[in-house]
Design a protein around this ligand. Sequence first.
Ligand code: IVH
Length: 677
Amino acid sequence: MTSIKNKIDKLRKNILKYQYFYHTLDQSIVSDAEYDYLLHQLYNLESKNKELITLDSPTQKVGANLSNKFKKIKHFSPMLSLENTFDINGYLTFEKRIKKLINIERTMSLCCELKIDGIAISIIYEEGILVRAATRGDGFKGENVTANVRMIESIPLKLEGTDIPKRLEIRGEVFMLKSDFIKLNQKYNMNQNKSFSNPRNAAAGSLRHINPKITAKRKLRFSCYGCYFFAEDNQELTTHYKRLMKCLSWGLPVNKEIVLSSSYIEVIEFYKKFEKKRKSLEFDIDGIVIKVNSIELQNKLGFNTKSPRWAIAFKFFSAERITTLNDVKFQVGRTGSITPVAYFDPVYISGVMISKASLHNKSEIERLNLHVNDSVIICRSGDVIPKLLSVIQITRCNNAKKIIFPKFCPVCNTKLLENAEEKIIRCHAGLTCDAQKKKSLYHFFSKKSLYVIGLGPKIINELIQKGLVKNPIDFFYLKNFDLTKLQNVGNKKSINIINSIHECKKTTFKRFIYALGIPGVGETVSEKIANYFTKLDELMNADILKLNYIEGVGKIISNNIFNYFSIISNRDMVNELIIKVGIFWKDQDQYEFDMKKTYFFHKKIVLTGVFNSFSRMELKRILINLGAKILNNISQKTDCLIYGKNFGSKFFKAKNLNIKMINEEELKSLILLNSTK
Ligand code: IVH
């Protein structure tokens, strides 16, 4: 019991601290997801241990504690919160419950509105004149912000129109447009080196500024979502919608996106429409609010301690989820770099199920202070790449196990070394480390390297496992019977792969450099190096200074290239590939010049049917070597279709689009003509 009490105390203490920062200091120091999660945990613990509930628990209070900046005023009726749901079922349960409570089975009118993410305020008008305004505060007493609210342009100081009641309470949201928030932050940043974290915080800070003149400058907006009369005035305003329209006629701003619906289908449509549109709106919304439209039914339904029974907020999912960390595995990359990867219970974010995220490097693990079994917050950064944002330290359990970065390679057990400049920890075992061997060999023969068609990671792994290859050279001595020993490789496939291996010997300098897989030497750098040196020897014997002289080759890459060619086994391998295996290329300029002269250079080509003189793979290889781009489907951008026997629908599609067609005979003479150039 003590440990549950401790847990509850710890949760309360932290939630209250976050509330104080959020409501009183206008600062978010935790994400919404983490805050909701902690509050949920507290609810769960309290509901199982009712004797531990105290009146000052955050679960029992509506809003925030009040600051001393403003005088307090008591609300005429409490400013409550809204019940939340994040899914359709939660909404359907709400609808079912209210229908049961008021004992109706038929449809009823519901008012759907946007849930603007700002600060709730109450404004009192007497005889149409604004006499006071207050924040929600703790729900019962708010802060007197009358002077500040008078500065907000869109809030009328005097109501216009007819039927203005003697005394009227308007409730609504003060908010800031996203564009005004950005401008304000730019200014604020320049002057005070501080900034607001989001438009809501900016609006809160501006509304609750001690100097109302500052509030006036901050471009705050207002949207009214409710009005309350004090006497039995306005008998004819029997629905929430009619009341909002009346407010509009008095000159109060009411957001125009309101829909009256009679079924959950329309509610869901409204929700989906704005879930899609929310990013392009001028202001932040965090969901929609659905309210029973009839005031009579609202009165019948009444209130709970914290929220009205006649309304619910159907909130959008924040793009963050909380889950449990199960493990961190350390992956060995092609160049030996060690990358930690977090594995967690799967979470569904923006339409995708995610169960792992890269942790990048050692310092990220240290920054997060990660432990197995931790509750972690996951998001998709830039809405795409899974990212582990942070750890909820408060709820860490006793069996949590700290993640320690290994000192030895998890695959080959070689001692890992840290490159301080690159901030990368590496296994330097190279091709003797199985993980690096698999990835390097795949890279050597991949599309942008020497390109052997049909040689994927599965076949390479099997060849390694069977001891048939341990370096790139071994591939050039493979025999048909070696490949047919592998799973799913028949005679035809094996012959095609062997032919492709043979064909790949004719390559370019750039491709060869790229294929070596030197850390940091990608496609672009390889091209720059190939343009700089005329011969491979020059590259192999270049010193760091010379390498560093090449545009786009910095200190780190120069070092990597120099180190690569300083290792005797690497030099031997490169020499053997050229001298014994026979890899060759023409002078780069000459090669490109020759390519440009071919009929196929940069042509987008589609193949269909069966050819007598070539397999598909062979033909692809020949055409690619002549500079063609092979595509799978016909489109208006296709330059020509090459067709053999038994062609398919591509033939007719090409004909319809008037695309040039070439048969096998024409193709053979074109190849002959272009290859001799
Ligand atoms: S109705 C009894 N309608 O959401 C509370 N609230 O999470 C009645 N909000 O405190 C509130 N847009 O500050 C209502 N169209 C809307 C709203 C809205 C934003 C805010 C409001 C409220 C909070 C509840």
